[in-house]
Design a protein around this ligand. Structure first.
Ligand code: NAI
Length: 333
């Protein structure tokens, strides 16, 4: 049992030399925030964990702080946002409302846009050099909102802002493993574009197990990767969207970021960043493989060779993504 726990922990987190790294979670009391905080407490690269929410964070912090790993944990109440952010190197934001059945991620815009904008303004004021990971939906719009807010405060560094699309990558590996005779470690799929429905573009053709999936099976797995979140929303029947798998994905992405910060080479993962790849088509935020380093984004990789089907998916993605990005920018302007 213990061996299993340790094995799965080391699979989620790889560590290198520990530095002083304070990670703040904004929205730590929520469905994602709580298990994410627990997983970050287990990450040896996190030395201090700062948990903030408009409700419940001190309780979550007291609970998580008893886990016997080296990091210290502090909880902050609604009026203590600035204290929570002081000295943070990484800020992870899962604050905001989740979907209910029948809702798209864009339906969350009205509520989450202002939450994310206000939190970003606080980060700009208190921890302007922190790396920011945005989980709150709609990611395609909330990331441009954070960028525009930081820009207004004159502290935007495109290397330091990330939309977390890791759950799409996690789902793609799991679903492809499910239909092939291989473990998820061998069915890793690069997922590009954005983080909602048609903007999610899995590049199955770039993997050995993915390129042999054709016809109806191909249509089905693409649909499942793009709309996997709906399966969870439906099964939870009004109680929210993915929280546990999202916490896993969020912790996995944060660990990758911390490994890059600590100077580990070759840490590459898809993430939604300010990107030159489709800027000429008015899409200036895009997820593709990004190499992470001591300053955040080290290198944005091109998408590489894709199939005709993937080209069609990309063509459907770009105009929708453009609209989502513009909506986010317009909110701040
Ligand atoms: P939840 O409702 O369980 O938790 C949200 C938490 O945010 C609550 O504890 C709430 O008090 C807190 N909050 C609200 N306003 C805040 C503020 N101004 N400052 C700090 N905290 C605040 O929701 P859940 O399930 O944790 O989802 C959170 C967000 O993550 C949603 O927008 C959801 O759509 C998104 N999400 C993103 C995914 C992704 O792949 N990027 C996957 C799944 C969900």
């Amino acid at each position: 049992m213990l061996r299993t726990a340790l094995t799965s922990q080391s699979r989620l987190f790889s560590s290198s030399a520990a530095r002083l790294t304070k990670v703040a979670v904004l929205g730590a009391g929520g469905g994602i925030g709580q298990p994410l905080s627990l997983l970050l407490k287990s990450d040896p690269l996190v030395t201090s964990l700062s948990l903030y929410d408009i409700r419940g964070a001190p309780g979550v912090a007291a609970d998580v702080s008893h886990v016997d790993t080296a990091s210290e944990v502090n909880g902050y109440a609604a009026d203590q946002l600035d204290q929570a952010l002081e000295g943070a190197k990484v800020v992870v934001i899962p604050a905001g409302v989740p979907r209910k059945p029948g809702m798209t991620r864009d339906d969350l815009f009205n509520t989450n846009a202002s939450i994310v904008r206000d939190l970003a303004a606080a980060v700009a004021r208190v921890a302007p050099t922190a790396l920011i990971c945005v989980i709150s939906n709609p990611v395609n719009s909330t990331v441009p909102i954070v960028a525009a807010t930081l820009e207004k405060a004159d502290v935007f560094d495109p290397k330091r802002l990330f939309g977390v699309t890791t759950l799409d990558v996690v789902r793609a590996a799991r679903f492809l493993s499910g239909i092939s005779d291989a473990p998820p470690s061998e069915t890793v799929v690069t997922v590009i574009g954005g983080h909602s429905g048609a903007t999610i573009v899995p590049l199955l053709s770039q993997t050995a197990h993915g390129k042999v999936v054709t016809g109806e099976a191909y249509e089905k797995i693409v649909q499942r990767i793009q709309f996997g979140g709906d399966e969870v929303v439906k099964a939870k029947d009004g109680a929210g969207s993915a929280t546990l798998s999202m916490a896993y994905a969020g912790a996995k992405f944060t660990n990758a970021l911390l490994r890059g910060l600590n100077g580990e080479k070759g840490v590459i993962t898809p993430t939604f960043v300010k990107s030159p790849l489709y800027e000429d088509q008015g899409v200036d935020f895009f997820s593709s493989n990004v190499e992470l380093g001591p300053n955040g984004v080290e290198k944005i990789h091109p998408i590489g060779p894709i199939s005709a089907e993937e080209q069609a998916l990309l063509e459907a993605c770009l105009p929708e993504l453009k609209k989502n990005i513009e909506k986010g920018k317009a909110f701040v302007a």
